[in-house]
Write a protein that binds this ligand. Structure first.
Ligand code: C2E
Ligand code: CA
Ligand code: CA
Ligand code: CA
Length: 277
């Protein structure tokens, strides 16, 4: 069984033959699906202390012709292993930059975050393509936040730092996803051009009842504010959890309490209607 947002590979089956066949079929389907326009861009709001949407995270879905709307936990691991994450990731960036450009043309700005997988970021032409895409879509680099987890820095740290620095000079911003779950999260803060921390959902969910999680949340908030980093609390589901962040100046919250991921056009339509130009 899969858990949305988890990192497990989900195609567990005791019969390995069946597993491999299933996996192969799904890979073919995904390749075809990407070409046939079956991916969907979903957005989840990130809100301020007053509950106003100030930015959103882009999350992919796959509208499979037989299996219905699939969650990324079911196909992102496979996409990463097979290399399909490259066209998938490009598609996401194109969609997001398309929205940023269209909003910008109406004089409106809603910063959007996109998940970048390590393999995608390691492509030698990642920065070049992205710069080209920003130009083509008339999107502001400053409205695009690239989210990555610590696995992006597992290999070739120097190179990753150089790349990030070059992109940061273009105005792009970087966010550390699932912050606190890795083993060396703090050293990233020292070495990488980071703008934002996303406090992992596991801390947020346990903090109201667990003194050690509450202490870790407080420490992450303190580090973020001392280092002048934006902070987003992930997976806020209850009022009780939101109280941990509401009084922290500038902290943003993302979670089912404020809104589930929904088709991009729906979130943007509502945001345009609720906010004045
Ligand atoms: P993530 O980046 O940590 O994204 C947050 C996940 O938590 C999303 O799951 C979101 O729907 C879920 N979530 C949000 N609020 C809550 C909440 O209050 N409670 C709970 N239980 N969950 C909440 P989703 O959309 O299923 O995505 C799962 C993961 O798939 C993402 O985790 C990310 O690692 C990956 N992913 C999604 N889209 C992309 C993409 O375009 N590219 C890449 N490389 N990875 C993606
Ligand atoms: Ca996650
Ligand atoms: Ca994320
Ligand atoms: Ca996350």
């Amino acid at each position: 069984a899969q858990e949305a947002g988890g990192n497990q590979t989900v195609f567990f089956d005791p019969h390995m033959g069946q597993w491999a066949a299933e996996r192969f079929a799904l890979e073919q389907d995904l390749r075809h699906g990407i070409e046939q326009g079956e991916l969907r861009l979903y957005l989840q709001p990130q809100v301020d202390a007053q509950g106003r949407t100030v930015s959103a995270e882009a999350l992919v879905r796959w509208q499979h012709p037989q299996r219905g709307l699939l969650s990324p936990a079911l196909f992102i691991p496979l996409a990463e292993e097979s290399g399909l994450i490259e066209p998938l990731g490009r598609w996401m960036l194109e969609q997001v930059c398309g929205w940023l450009g269209r909003l910008q043309a109406q004089g409106r700005r809603l910063p959007l975050s996109v998940n970048i997988s390590p393999r995608q970021f390691q492509q030698s032409d990642f920065g070049e393509r992205l710069q080209e895409l920003l130009q083509r879509s008339q999107a502001q680099a400053g409205d695009l936040m690239l989210e990555f987890t610590e696995s992006v820095v597992l290999h070739d740290v120097e190179r990753v730092i150089e790349r990030m620095a070059a992109l940061a000079r273009l105005g792009l911003r970087f966010s550390i996803d699932d912050f606190g779950t890795g083993y060396s999260s703090l050293s990233y803060l020292k070495n990488l051009p980071i703008h934002e921390l996303k406090i992992d959902r596991s801390f947020v969910q346990d903090a109201p009842h667990s003194p050690s999680d509450a202490a870790l949340v407080a420490a992450m908030l303190a580090v973020a504010s001392l280092m002048k980093l934006q902070v987003v609390a992930e997976g806020v589901e209850t009022e009780e959890q939101s109280l941990l962040f509401r009084h922290h100046p500038g902290a943003l919250m993302q979670g089912y309490l404020f809104g589930r991921p929904e088709p991009a056009e729906e979130l943007i339509r509502r945001w345009l209607a609720q906010t004045v130009a």
